[in-house]
Design a protein. Structure first.
Length: 193
């Protein structure tokens, strides 16, 4: 673990990057930047990241030095690097708690074998939500269910981010950047050989 003043490891974030992930990864790479530099590093227009920069500033991750003269630009400096995972923040800069799906995924990885009630208790989500999530992950091939007990299949933990249930009960794996079905695992296994 880095001590005071030491820089966190500069690993790339895992999986598919959404807009905020791309911005955070670029901020960590640049350390100090103006809007044009960040725009070049992310291939985004300033309007697409200015609100996130303000939230990071309010939360104490960034400091901003205003422009010093005509034609100069504000300089942003990363002052609090918490690692590769993008900070999840509300507009007022307060941290968002882990989502229900993230808590469920964390509990599944720890429990490995469980029933819906145990998953509900382990994740702190309602039983009905735990059942929906476990059922969707079973359909997508992450879990198997026998006699009311679910088991996480080997090789199905693709990364730290929770598989997300989308409309139509489709499962999207942000670690892989794609929708997953039970058939996907055979295709993925073929690629790894």
């Amino acid at each position: 673990m880095p001590g005071c003043g030491q820089r966190k490891a500069s690993l790339p974030p895992a999986g598919h990057l959404d807009r905020r992930d791309r911005i955070w990864a670029a901020i960590r790479r640049l350390r100090q930047f103006n809007w044009l530099q960040l725009s070049d590093a992310t291939a985004l227009e300033p309007a697409q990241f200015k609100d996130f920069l303000q939230v990071l500033r309010i939360a104490g991750y960034l400091q901003m030095e205003p422009p010093t003269g005509r034609g100069s630009r504000a300089i942003w400096t990363l002052v609090r690097d918490t690692g590769v995972e993008t900070p999840r923040l509300r507009p007022d800069g307060t941290p968002l708690p882990p989502s229900g799906q993230q808590r469920l995924w964390a509990a599944i990885k720890v429990l490995q074998v469980f029933d819906v009630e145990g998953l509900s208790i382990g994740s702190g989500v309602p039983v009905s939500t735990a059942k929906r999530y476990a059922t969707a992950l079973t359909s997508a091939g992450y879990l198997v269910c026998q006699a009311g007990r679910y088991r996480l299949l080997p090789g199905r933990v693709t990364g730290p981010r929770a598989p997300a249930i989308r409309r139509g009960k489709r499962v999207y794996d942000p670690n892989l950047g794609r929708e997953i079905t039970a058939e996907t695992w055979g295709e993925l296994r073929g690629r790894r050989r």
